[in-house]
Design a protein around this ligand. Structure first.
Ligand code: BTN
Length: 250
């Protein structure tokens, strides 16, 4: 864990690191600290996460010592209606951090990071009353995954062919998040421009479950608020939130 502490010495303000050996979920730990009034910028990382959560209550697989599981406490000043943008900003920060390791990551709207058509990282944002927890899981050096996700998941190591320093990835993500995480209001245009360039869904046929039901269509891109623009038989739909978005060709 000393490598993490060394990496944290280079975190930009106000980010600072708390290191835990083992927790159920780093998001739960940070939520408790947020409720107790901890300031923005707390990053809590666990070597072992025994009950990591993904979106829609799914379990999140993280191999200890090979993957990163951490959560960041933020206290956005923007209206709460804009907080869902945190997931986009965090996904972008992760994707941009991967540039440093020679990996061209894409963003699968709304909050997955992909390498070569497979998921390498996921984001889970959970809001409290006056704070939000940005949970980030990254497959860094993992070489094997549970059977249920083995066709869908990859790691930075698998895609680069090299072992990669967990602490260097952590520092790179926090550094990029310190910039992108501030772009929920006026700065969102910059976030959006960068995400559009990395959006792996644009131009592809997808199926998804939106608030009003199933939709199928071709993704035309992202709208001004970060919503998915989906061309369906019924016309253009603006999808604000959706459960699992599947590429129809997969
Ligand atoms: C997803 O892709 O469904 C989101 C995965 C988010 C996983 C991270 S790991 C750190 C943080 N703690 C959790 O329990 N979940 C997030």
């Amino acid at each position: 864990m000393t490598a993490f502490a060394a990496a944290a010495a280079g975190f930009p303000d106000p980010f600072r690191l708390l290191i835990r050996d083992s927790v159920e979920s780093t998001n739960d730990e940070v939520r408790i600290l947020g409720q107790a009034g901890a300031p923005e910028g707390l990053v809590l990382i666990a070597q072992n996460q025994s009950a990591g959560r993904g979106r829609r209550g799914a379990a999140w697989f993280a191999s200890p010592g090979e993957s990163l599981a951490f959560s960041i406490l933020v206290r956005p000043t923007e209206a709460k209606a804009l907080w869902p943008r945190l997931a986009l900003a965090a996904g972008l920060a992760v994707a941009e951090a991967m540039d440093r390791f020679g990996l061209q990551a894409g963003i699968k709207w709304p909050n997955d990071v992909w390498l070569n058509g497979k998921k390498v990282a996921g984001i889970l944002v959970e809001a409290g009353s006056d704070f939000a927890v940005v949970g980030i899981g990254i497959n860094v050096n993992s070489t094997a995954f549970p059977a249920a996700i083995s066709e869908l998941a990859t790691s930075m190591r698998i895609e680069s062919g090299n072992a990669i320093s967990l602490s260097e990835v952590l520092a790179a993500v926090v550094t990029r998040f310190s910039i992108r995480g501030r772009g929920l209001g006026q700065g969102f245009n910059d976030v959006l421009t960068a995400i559009r360039q990395r959006c792996v869904l644009t131009g592809h046929e997808v199926s998804l479950t939106a608030a009003h039901g199933m939709e199928r269509g071709v993704v035309e891109g992202l709208g001004e608020g970060g919503e998915l623009l989906l061309r369906t038989e019924a016309g253009m739909q603006r999808i604000l939130q959706a459960d699992e978005v599947r590429l129809v060709s997969r």
